[in-house]
Design a protein around this ligand. Structure first.
Ligand code: GLC
Length: 606
């Protein structure tokens, strides 16, 4: 018997989509709209409900010790079940690969977006996207929940570091990472239509979180963005125009609200604007439990909320656990004509479209020939380059005497601070675990290790995390000190802060050390923090953001002068938190360091 047209890869995508759609029952269509967590994705559930996608959230990734092979086996296991169903529609597995494949020990962990925004290097972004695609495909993942193209307008937001910049044009520029993730569309590509290059070396991008996620009042996560439509469009929506021009496969909708109306249920912005006016032909996906979080407390009136979300234009529902409730509600809403079949068909058409375009039907299983791409040396070198380019030199010496580049041959130097020797701290949130953590959480080089490798064999490097007055009295012959302090890891609403202070004993360490020894202070943080009271004590100051696994070498080769500084602030560095929100272009703009600021050492080699 002739093969069904949808299985024929030589046919046009839209012909395959419409053929498959025409064969599907309503139950199979509802199943395709369901994304469930891996912890409830039993073979029976995937097969009997015809599940469209499986994911892990920040807190439900496989254990930190899981290897790429274990990930590939897990995902292939889900896929084998999906391919055994009547129509054999493959699932896609989604995970947050937001600065490399940050779920797995050994993956290359790139600087978080705030640092990449400071680098302002579009070519670098494409290469990072490319490397990330290869590392996640090596483990069977075709769908990263990235890039985040939020325009964060207030550093009190716990997701400030996931935003490239406060400046829309900088975010638009950095969104080029999509070209690395998905490949470059042909010159005749139609904006809004999904694109993934052939060959199994690219993934489906997911631009998030549409829209205004970075504009909420006081930076409160998942809260309310008050703005005219003109400002919402000008500040927060423009990056989605670029994402669609590049053929982004999907868009994740924000938890937040615009002028009091939840984005997840915003028919005007999801359907009338994004799908109709901007002709987005890819897939709209909710955020985690996005339907439940329409209400406070979450989960009230679930059926009404689901009706609002689907009729607003949502295509895939990140349920992720209570799938029975989802199917029961969907069947009721459809059978009572509260959700029209035409809306279901639009959603399933988009889901199938991105699945066909990504090549999932032809290559449903993990490509294990890519295993050697995972944590590849070339990717580590790329991350090191990204670290170098993300660093911003805010102060270099007092008066004419410059402190940087540091003397590699100094007889004895002090390295101090909570963040000098802590991979978990330098990677930040979304690293191995959702919130990130302290210690040797993954492979990489700490800042202390990088310093030790960079200095001469004659140089004595003394590491004292929290030096006190007594220690400094007994060790008074340091040529200089490098003090590395910052923020503890955090993610999402748990990172919301009104104080923006250095964590642990960062302020104390600066005061104790820099009052006695000529010091360079390196700030490891997801955003600008309170430092004005201490700047005069510092001889030099560098913002390193959340530099990732390759921080050690990347930072050392700049502060010791192998490379000059390149980074420019991607967001305003305030004087005091009572100035916030304060962004470049605002009236009464009075920053400690303005957007775009960054010094150089003016050494010959760069
Ligand atoms: C989270 C985040 C989103 C992430 C999703 C899946 O709540 O808002 O950025 O992709 O859930 O982990």
């Amino acid at each position: 018997m002739a093969e069904a047209p949808y299985k024929d890869a030589s046919l046009p995508i839209e012909a395959r989509v419409s053929d498959l759609l025409s064969r599907m029952t309503i139950q199979e269509k509802i199943g395709q709209m369901a994304q469930i967590d891996r912890s409830v994705a039993s073979p029976e559930v995937i097969r009997d409900l015809g599940i469209g996608s499986v994911l892990n959230g920040g807190e439900s990734a496989p254990a930190p010790g899981a290897t790429p092979t274990m990930w590939a086996d897990m995902i292939d296991g889900f896929q084998e079940v999906a391919m055994s169903t009547r129509l054999g529609i493959p699932i896609f597995y989604g995970t947050d690969a937001v600065h490399g494949h940050n779920n797995i020990v050994g993956a290359t962990i790139f600087p978080h977006n705030i640092g990449l925004g400071a680098a302002r290097d579009e070519d670098l972004m494409v290469r990072i996207g490319r490397a990330t695609a290869l590392e996640i495909l090596a483990t069977g993942v075709p769908f990263p929940f990235s890039p985040c193209i939020a325009v964060s307008r207030d550093p009190r937001w716990g997701r400030c570091y996931e935003s490239y910049s406060e400046d829309t044009e900088t975010v638009r520029s950095m969104a080029k990472i999509i070209l690395g993730l998905q490949g470059f569309p042909p010159t005749d590509h139609t904006s809004g239509y999904p694109f993934v290059a052939e060959g199994g070396r690219y993934v489906m991008g997911c631009a998030k979180h549409y829209t205004g996620d970075g504009g909420t009042e006081e930076g409160v996560d998942e809260h309310n963005t008050v703005a005219s439509y003109e400002d919402l469009y000008r500040i927060h929506m423009l990056p989605y125009i670029d994402a669609m021009a590049m053929g982004v496969s999907s868009v994740m909708v924000s938890f937040s609200s615009w002028n009091g109306v939840k984005m997840h249920a915003h028919r005007f912005l999801l359907t009338e604007i994004l799908k109709q006016e901007m002709s987005f032909q890819g897939m709209l996906i909710t955020d985690w439990e996005g339907v439940d979080r329409i209400t406070d407390p979450p989960g009230l009136n679930y059926t009404d909320c689901l009706k609002a979300v689907i009729n607003a234009g949502m295509d895939m529902i990140m349920i992720p656990f209570k799938y029975e409730r989802f199917f029961t509600a969907m069947n009721y809403l459809i059978s009572s004509d509260q959700i029209l079949i035409s809306r279901i068909d639009d959603a399933v058409t988009r889901i199938l479209r991105v699945k066909f375009i990504s090549g999932l039907f032809e290559r449903p299983m993990a490509d294990r020939s890519l295993f050697d791409m995972f944590g590849h040396k070339k990717h580590k070198e790329l991350a090191r380059e990204a670290v170098r380019k993300s660093l911003v030199l805010l102060k270099n010496g007092k008066g004419d005497e410059k402190m940087l580049p540091l003397n590699k041959n100094a007889p004895k130097i002090l390295v101090a601070g909570s963040h000098a020797h802590n991979i978990g701290y330098q990677c930040g949130g979304w690293t191995i675990t959702w919130q990130g953590s302290s210690g040797n959480t993954t492979e990489g080089t700490t800042i202390l290790e990088g310093i030790k490798k960079a200095v001469s064999k004659q140089t004595q490097v003394v590491f004292e995390e929290s030096p006190d007055e007594k220690f400094l009295r007994e060790n008074s012959d340091f040529s200089y000190a490098i003090v590395v302090v910052g923020e503890l890891p955090y993610a999402e609403f748990l990172g919301d802060s009104k104080e923006l202070r250095l964590a642990v004993d960062g302020e104390e360490t600066i005061k104790t050390v820099c009052s006695k020894v000529k010091c360079l202070v390196i700030i490891v943080s997801g955003r600008p923090v309170v430092i004005e009271p201490y700047v005069d004590m510092m001889e030099a100051l560098v913002a390193a953001w959340l530099p990732g696994s390759e921080a050690g070498n990347g930072i050392a080769e700049v502060i010791f002068g192998d490379f000059d500084f390149h980074g420019k602030l991607s967001r305003t560095w305030f004087r005091r938190v009572d100035q916030l929100p304060m962004n470049f272009g605002d009236p009464h703009y009075d920053p400690l360091y303005p957007f775009g600021f960054g010094l150089q050492m003016n050494i010959s080699s760069l």
